[in-house]
Ligand binder design. Structure first.
Ligand code: FHN
Length: 589
């Protein structure tokens, strides 16, 4: 059974942590002009911050089944505890969230500075949180008998927040959903498969989508999920998308019906370089589960949540932050507290987030940067002890500088330094989590990126998001465990880093990489100035099993600025490797 779970979770991880695609025109609406697309995406690009809500029957067990904690996320309890449909259905009679108050949920989201709400109209367990005429497996079959989605959409419309639907293609309940039973990820689901029709299931799914896009007013986003068990054509993806867009022409659709649509959805991680030329949104839990789990108290700190928001927006993305309400209909207090604290920060600093664009800096040691025309918003996480905030590589003249949280916008002194601009800031940071210094600049941001330098201990770690990728197939891939250079399927593709070793001498070179068994044997050269090393890729197990290997040493005759490159010279199998990092260690003069 373990293998099925591994298979399912393996499938999950492939789609949950999708690769970061190279810059390419997003599909979106066929024939839509750039201006039309920009107009349709405008509110979403302005909004930056939304509330994800995972709520359904799974809130009743709250991660515990037959007295035992189940080790999957709360909303996966039916899978994690291998619960057959007949044993899960009785939860219908226990779902009675008498403390649910749509206006209160919307107030909490709005006060947090959020601009849209994405809620699970139906998750993988097949239970509909709305009054569906095409299914009896819905909220009207529970003691609660209220159309939650209607109450929430009314509250959103009254408050100016966008109502958005998460909808799962995967359905562990509907008799026409396949696969199930022996040889599937759910062998314990022994309901007969004879007569089941996936096409008929898609018609059912279309029926519920039609209800959700007809009966609840304007819908901002259709957030598909759970499409990984079938090919797009099996979902009739194009047809489903066409129907959605015919019902709500302004709607925005994510990439999880397995055909690229309006935005990408990195999950539980923040792509190190964003996703250039694409709209994207990182979704993240506040603890470790999407759906409520009574024993999951691993809450991220408010500092982490605010810095994640800043980090994501500084890379050009949106942040969809999740809550998992209880069976009573309450958002957990730990979530409410954090959202309120985020809202306090947003009240003073929201100007630096809403409608801003990605940073012109490749990296900033002390924080992040967001941009609006004529303004740089410097989000300082690590306040300079000497009150001198160095903005490396900035070429623009600074017309004015001030603290965003200072209502008087009292001017801060700034001056030009060798490697950029120095801003004289107060000794005390306005906010220990993130303080925003505004630079009003002339013209578009003009930044010269400094080369990567070794840390004081002589170690220079070159990671995937700092690399320059040269070629067509190469791309940055990522998930919550880290990022790597991947899809290295063309031996002409190569990678480089701009570095400035500050000590002459010998540097040991190590690579941290993964290579599937059966795909090993590629050969490559590591070049630094007039020195080069040859290396060969050994198999490490799978494309996700990373190992560090010493490749050899390189000499630096005198400190300076160099390009360090890795170029394949032979690729006998389908790909070179998944490369996570190159490490140079200064050994001796
Ligand atoms: O399986 C789901 C999971 O339950 C949750 O809904 C997340 C949120 O994006 N999506 C899938 C895992 O990638």
């Amino acid at each position: 059974m373990k293998s099925y779970r591994a298979l399912a979770l393996g499938i999950l991880s492939v789609f949950a942590f999708g690769s970061i695609t190279p810059a390419r025109a997003a599909e979106g609406v066929r024939g839509e002009t750039k201006e039309q697309r920009d107009a349709r995406m405008a509110w979403w690009r302005e909004a930056k911050f939304g509330l994800f809500i995972h709520w359904g029957l799974y809130a009743v067990p709250g991660g515990v089944w037959n007295g035992k904690d189940v080790d999957t996320a709360g909303e996966w309890i039916m899978f994690g505890a291998k619960i057959p449909v007949p044993d899960y259905e009785p939860l219908l009679k226990e779902f009675n969230p008498v403390k649910f108050n749509a206006d209160e949920w919307v107030r909490i989201a709005k006060d947090a500075g959020m601009k849209y709400i994405v809620i699970t109209s139906k998750h993988h367990d097949g239970f509909a949180l709305f009054d569906s005429k095409v299914s009896d497996y819905d909220v009207m079959a529970t003691p609660f008998k209220r159309d939650i989605m209607n109450e929430l959409s009314q509250a959103c419309q009254a408050s100016g927040l966008k109502m958005c639907w998460y909808h799962s293609i995967l359905d562990w309940h509907h008799p026409d959903y396949l696969p199930r039973g022996e040889g599937s990820p759910r062998p314990w689901d022994t309901r007969p498969k004879e007569g089941a029709s996936y096409d008929r299931y898609i018609e059912y799914m279309k029926g519920q989508l039609r209800e959700l896009l007809t009966n609840y007013g304007p819908i901002g986003v259709l957030w598909f999920d759970g499409g990984w068990e079938h090919k797009p054509e099996e979902h009739h993806a194009e047809e489903v998308v066409a129907m959605i867009r015919s019902l709500q022409p302004e709607i925005i659709i994510n990439n999880r019906i397995q055909i690229p649509q309006d935005f990408d959805t990195p999950e539980q991680f923040i792509p190190g370089t964003g996703i250039p030329d694409r709209d994207w949104e990182t979704c993240m839990t506040m603890n470790d589960t999407w759906g409520f789990k009574v024993h999951d108290l691993n809450w991220k700190s408010t500092e982490t949540l605010i810095r994640n928001l800043v980090d994501i927006v500084s890379k050009g993305g949106n942040f969809l932050l999740n809550v998992g309400p209880t069976a009573e209909g309450l958002i957990p207090e730990a979530s409410v507290e954090r959202l309120a604290a985020m809202g306090q920060w947003m009240k003073l600093n929201g100007e630096s987030i809403y409608g801003s664009s990605a940073s012109p800096f490749r990296r900033l040691a002390w924080g992040r940067c967001t941009v609006k025309p004529g303004k740089l918003y410097l989000h300082v996480f690590d306040w300079p002890a000497d009150s001198k905030l160095v903005v490396p590589g900035l070429q623009n003249d600074v017309k004015n500088a001030y603290l965003l949280a200072d209502a008087a916008h009292a001017a801060l002194k700034s001056s030009r330094a060798d490697d950029g601009v120095v801003v004289q800031v107060p000794t005390q940071a306005p906010n220990p989590i993130a303080s925003v210094v505004v630079l009003e600049i002339a013209g578009k941001p003009d930044v010269v990126t400094a080369p990567l330098k070794p840390s004081p201990d002589g170690v220079l770690e070159l990671n995937a998001s700092d690399a320059d990728l040269h070629g067509e197939t190469l791309r940055i891939e990522g998930n919550r465990r880290g990022e790597n250079i991947g899809h290295w399927a063309n031996p002409k593709d190569w990678v480089s880093w701009d570095i400035a070793p500050d000590q002459a001498g010998t540097y040991a070179v190590e690579l941290n990489y993964a290579c599937n068994n059966g795909a090993g044997g590629s050969e490559f050269t590591v070049t630094l100035g007039d020195q080069s090393l040859s290396g060969k890729v050994n198999e490490t197990g799978t494309w996700r099993d990373y190992k560090t290997e010493a490749i050899g040493t390189l000499k630096v005759t005198q400190p300076g600025r160099f390009e360090l490159s890795i170029k394949p010279v032979a690729m006998p199998a389908g790909a070179v490797m998944n490369l996570r990092a190159v490490v140079l260690r200064h050994e001796a003069r």
